[in-house]
Design a protein around this ligand. Structure first.
Ligand code: ARG
Ligand code: ZN
Length: 868
């Protein structure tokens, strides 16, 4: 059944308190849930109480302490427990249910991961633990008693404060937790297991001493320090930037092996995928360190944006996710480099969100309907949602944005609200009109902003005509104009801005903006800092782009100009490849790249990103019809030609950016050096010469930094030098991956992504590897998800990749629908490919839909993808 945003109604009953007793026994867990509830004022007295209840075996139901006869309640439809007898205005309803965490392969609700019991309740997992009004606008205070075996589960955790614990005899013990803050059920959590931990404290600005503790399996306790540091940095940052302090005496984090997503912000008890929390120099890459820092911050920031102020209904998800992603991005920018972080975020947006916005799965950041809510934890809701929040800040300034945030908390602390409430707080705090801005929440699709420039030397006047348009998306044939902040600079011949930078507010379909006192004809720098999630169209010469690449004071647009140059050349070569003509690399690009490579006092990360080609997905989005073979060939050609011309420069930069192996550093300079060094290696390897294969193999065999090991081994995994390939992969497995699940995932991924002729059979073999498990989401993503991102081999013209993925989806769907649905979405962009591939994928989507017992999660993505 599909749910619609417009159908939102308050519930007939509120639950004010939840009192839980969770008795964990090996093989079976009993949950006694006591709900103190009351009828909503204004609700009909005859309104029935319909509790959500999924995969729970109801043993008994009690009303105000009296057991109900089985004729007083029933299951009118799947996953609903309805109370049939009359209910007083206020009452206590108690249920006793049995559940089997050991058999819960969906990883939603209470489940067992390795040796620990843990929960995931967002979005709708709480109902798999105990019957409840499982919706975010029902906020209750929780009290929890956990009982378990003392030996296998010495650690018993839940939200809030520990109020008592003790032994019960017969080898069992208990712990009681109480959370003073009312919360929606999706923020509930329980963990029980044999865990190690590290501890620290943080004293808030107003003097509250918070006990911090991060738990993991004992073997991983040496990989928790970076997460702890990141947590303390986040707590401090949120006080300084937004005046937000932590509100409990305890903050716990637990690392779990089997987890569908990255992490979860449960009140006072975050649960994390190990991939987003574990890090130490010998096992984590620089990007792993960055991810841990970002996700720790993200979940911490949810304490205010998500927990203290939560969502009224799931259509509002971006209210907390877009805002919290924006906050973690700002934090990471402050911890590392604003310019580098901005480039990384835009790269992700373009590779993951732009294609979605141009597919049958396109949806506004605030969707209008869903079948399975878990399908809407998307790049659109998260990443485009964060861009929309960023536009408020661009329009209102940092101070204005802060005023809006302050008002938002003042008005809504402790309640469940909507995206409109957030927008109203921003508007009211600043006395501005943000009516039109709502369209970012109602319309899907990536707008295009087209610019036409004209200059009058006489009048020293520069005019910019900006027009906007946005193509159709599902259910939205036409679009209304957006309110778009366009940050603009005008650059003179000397490379300096001629007039102060401006943020133009484009609100009409087309608008003219005039700049006076412009002394010479400028080069316009449009959409600085990527001030809106749009595509820009502006006719320019290659030379103009090279000029911007070298001179724009906006580091984002310097990078952007280079990307545009690369994109042009690659797309031109795609055409040449298709027409059987010779491919060519324009000299301007070589010169521009050379200049970048020779810059002395440049941030090395910026240098590295400036020389990195746009991702295949980003390039594909710019093609009328994606031709995987031509695209891969054109990229290879550009890389190889560049390497031929700049061989000496790449070699020099490779050597000069080596770092001593001791001591390990992960400061910005060290990270930047590794980044540029590995970009150079990538270019040199494109030459396919023994000399460079040897260089790469040396790095693969001898490095101590995981970043360097992964970079070199990945390159060799795609090498046609069989011996070197084998040696590197074996070495990586034996010396680094064996016995470490997260590194094994890296090893799987580099093989699944490799461009080698045996690709599909190699990947098939990985599934048989003793270290692989279909039940573990990280492993699934690392092999199956990664292969679905292998542009050339997943899209093999004979459809073998498509068939293989469908078979895997069907295997996984029986165990874990959230996971299988994610994989189905690899097919969603199929209309962007040629007719033959479209037909092949369509057949696979139809095969999925025709499968009896397919989960609603997978069904939703497959059926929506097929809609025209
Ligand atoms: N709220 C979590 C976050 O920090 C994500 C939870 C997603 N859960 C899910 N079942 N889709 O972003
Ligand atoms: Zn989140």
């Amino acid at each position: 059944v599909e749910k619609f945003r417009k159908d939102y109604k308050e519930p007939d009953y509120w639950v004010r308190n939840v009192d839980l007793l969770i008795q964990i026994h090996d093989g079976q867990t009993t949950v006694r849930g006591k709900l103190s509830a009351e009828r909503r004022k204004g609700a009909q007295e005859s309104a029935t109480l319909r509790l959500d209840a999924e995969d729970v075996e109801v043993v008994s139901v009690l009303l105000n302490g009296k057991e109900l006869s089985s004729s007083d309640y029933h299951f009118p439809e799947k996953d609903v427990l309805e109370i049939k007898c009359g209910l007083p205005d206020k009452f206590e309803l108690e249920t006793v249910v049995k559940i089997k965490p050991e058999d819960n392969t969906q990883l939603s609700g209470l489940y067992k991961s390795s040796s620990m019991y843990c929960t995931q309740c967002e979005a709708e997992g709480f109902r798999r633990i105990t019957p409840m009004l499982d919706r975010p606008d029902v906020m209750a205070k929780y009290k929890v008693r956990i009982e378990a075996d003392q030996k296998s589960c010495p650690v018993l955790l839940s939200n809030g404060n520990l109020v008592s614990k003790g032994e019960m005899g017969e080898g069992r013990h208990f712990a009681e937790w109480e959370d003073p803050f009312p919360k929606p059920s999706y923020l509930f959590a329980v963990v029980a297991g044999d865990l190690g931990s590290i501890k620290d404290t943080f004293t808030t600005r107003s003097g509250r001493k918070v006990a911090l503790e991060i738990f993991s399996e004992h073997a991983n306790v040496d990989q928790l320090d970076w997460a702890m540091q990141s947590l303390k940095d986040s707590m401090k940052w949120d006080e300084e930037r937004f005046g937000l302090e932590y509100d409990l005496d305890i903050y716990n984090i637990v690392a779990v092996n089997d987890f569908n997503m990255g992490a979860m912000e449960n009140k006072g008890l975050n649960v994390f995928n190990t991939a987003c929390v574990l890090a130490k120099p010998s096992t984590a890459t620089d990007s792993d360190y960055e991810r841990v820092q970002g996700v720790i911050a993200h979940e911490y920031f949810h304490n205010w944006t998500g927990n203290r102020v939560t969502c009224r209904d799931w259509f509002q998800l971006t209210l907390k996710e877009g805002l919290t992603v924006f906050r973690d991005q700002q934090f990471s920018a402050d911890m590392t480099s604003e310019a580098v972080k901005r480039i990384e975020d835009v790269r992700i947006l373009r590779a993951a969100q732009f294609p979605q916005d141009d597919s049958p799965m396109a949806h506004p950041i605030r969707p209008e309907s869903y079948i399975a809510m878990d399908n809407f934890y998307t790049a659109t809701v998260y990443n485009k949602g964060a861009e929309v929040i960023g536009m408020y800040q661009t329009l209102l300034g940092k101070e204005g944005f802060r005023k809006g945030m302050d008002l938002y908390f003042k008005r809504h602390d402790g309640t469940a609200v909507t995206c409109d409430d957030f927008r109203a707080a921003m508007a009211d705090a600043n006395g501005v009109d943000l009516e039109q801005f709502e369209r970012w929440y109602t319309q899907a699709g990536t707008p295009t902003v087209e610019a036409k420039a004209s200059y009058s030397a006489d009048k020293q006047r520069f005019e910019l005509v900006l027009s906007q348009s946005c193509g159709p998306s599902p259910g939205q044939p036409t679009k209304q104009p957006y309110h778009i902040p366009v940050r603009v600079g005008l650059i003179g011949k000397d490379g300096k801005d001629l007039v102060p930078e401006r943020v133009l507010e484009l609100k009409e379909a087309s608008q003219t903006f005039v700049f006076e006192g412009v002394k010479e004809e400028p080069v316009v720098s449009l959409l600085r800092g990527f001030s809106a999630p749009v595509n820009v169209k502006l006719p320019r010469s290659d030379e103009e782009l090279a000029f911007l690449m070298a001179n724009d004071q906006d580091s984002f647009n310097r990078w952007e100009a280079g990307q545009e140059l690369f994109t042009r050349s690659i797309l031109a070569n795609v055409k040449a490849f298709q027409d059987g003509k010779d491919m060519e690399l324009p000299q301007v690009i070589v010169d521009a790249a050379k200049r970048t490579l020779l810059l002395e006092d440049i941030d090395k990360s910026l240098q590295a990103y400036a020389l990195t080609l746009p991702s295949l997905l980003t390039l594909g989005a710019k093609m009328d019809v994606i031709d995987p073979d031509a695209l891969v060939a054109a990229c290879k050609f550009v890389k190889e030609s560049m390497a031929k011309k700049l061989r000496a420069e790449f070699e020099t930069a490779y050597k000069s950016n080596q770092l001593p192996s001791e001591p390990f550093r992960n400061d910005a300079d060290a990270v930047g050096r590794r980044r540029i060094k590995n970009v150079c290696l990538d270019y040199l390897m494109a030459l396919k010469e023994d000399k460079y294969t040897k260089l790469c193999l040396d790095q693969a065999l001898q490095s101590t930094a995981m970043t360097d090991l992964v970079a070199a081994t990945s390159l060799l995994a795609g090498s046609s030098d069989e011996a070197a390939r084998k040696q590197a992969l074996e070495n990586f497995y034996e010396k680094h991956a064996k016995g470490n699940d997260l590194i094994l995932c890296k090893w799987f991924t580099m093989q699944a992504m490799a461009d080698v002729t045996t690709s599909l059979s190699d990947v098939g073999a990985l599934l048989q590897h003793p270290d692989f498990s279909l039940k573990n989401p990280n492993k699934c993503r690392s092999v199956i998800g990664a292969f679905a991102g292998n542009m050339k081999h997943f899209h093999a013209a004979d459809g073998s990749g498509y068939r293989w993925l469908t078979d895997r989806i069907l295997d996984i769907d029986k165990m874990n629908p959230q996971m299988s649905a994610r994989l189905v979405s690899s097919f969603s962009t199929f209309r962007r490919y040629d007719q033959k591939r479209q037909a092949l994928i369509k057949a696979e989507l139809e095969r999925l839909i025709a499968t009896s017992g397919l989960s609603r999660d997978a069904y939703e993505i497959a059926s929506k993808s097929l809609k025209a």
